[in-house]
Design a protein around this ligand. Structure first.
Ligand SMILES: *Cc1c(COP(=O)(O)O)cnc(C)c1O
Length: 233
């Protein structure tokens, strides 16, 4: 597995997608998803210039971050339990999967204790799938308003993991709905020209996501190879 080579390929694909979509070069940030992968591989990506990494499990961030350079920006992209917020609040630069007011309140409380403001994204269950976490599209606006009142968090945008689609056209439909939602709920951010982040697109669908306005893509497999969960409980 040549991480450096893979990273280069992914970055050039991102650049190509930006250009195909008529978007500015550099308008999409790559988050390298390193869940289940060893620190050696993360170090290799770091040495090749990558700084933003995504992890799904609190324990992996807690274990890996002290072993790696301090200027890595860790993104919590997985489902976060309220009782674990405390463990990562000072280790991550952004929490992507906020899907309830209770979780948002806990993040805000823990951030305030440390006199900081945590940037967060609201996770949207854009396919309204029974099995998935995330806020239903019709609930996004109300939750955004409530989250806006919390002093310890800053709502920066939306994230999603849409249904896996055979047809790229179907993926684009979900991503377009996300873009529309983000415009609907954050006109004030757009007036301010502060970017409304859209964290969407993974190894199999990041080209479609970029086409539909993603500002962050979360890519694991295409950089680090398939994940092996066999030695996990
Ligand atoms: C694992 C994961 C990714 C990366 O998926 P790949 O298919 O390996 O690129 C992105 N986002 C989330 C939320 C994930 O859990």
């Amino acid at each position: 597995m040549d991480v450096t080579e893979n990273l280069k390929k992914v970055l050039s694909e991102i650049e190509k997608s930006e250009s195909d979509a008529g978007r500015d070069p550099g308008s999409v940030k790559l988050i390298a998803v390193s869940k289940t992968k060893p620190v050696e591989m993360i170090q290799e990506a770091y040495d090749a210039g990558q700084r933003d990494f995504g992890e799904n499990y609190v324990q992996e961030i807690v274990n890996k971050s002290p072993l790696l350079p301090p200027d890595i920006r860790w993104h919590m992209i997985g489902h976060l339990q309220r009782n674990k917020v405390r463990q990562i609040i000072d280790k991550v630069c952004m929490i992507h999967g906020v899907d309830s007011l209770k979780l948002a309140e806990e993040i805000s409380r823990q951030a305030e204790k440390r006199e900081m403001v945590m940037p967060v994204l609201m996770e949207v269950n854009i396919g309204s799938e029974e099995s998935k976490s995330g806020v239903r599209p019709e609930e996004v606006r109300a939750l955004a308003e409530e989250m806006g009142k919390l002093p310890g968090i800053s709502l920066r945008g939306l994230m999603c993991v849409p249904p896996v689609c055979e047809d790229p056209g179907d993926s684009r439909e979900y991503f377009r709905r996300m873009q529309k939602l983000s415009v609907d709920i954050m006109p004030e951010n757009i007036d301010n020209k502060s970017v409304c982040e859209l964290s969407m697109g993974m190894s199999h669908d990041f080209r479609e996501a970029i086409y539909c306005g993603a500002t962050m893509v979360r890519i694991g497999t295409d950089i680090f190879g398939e994940r092996d969960y066999s030695n996990k409980k």
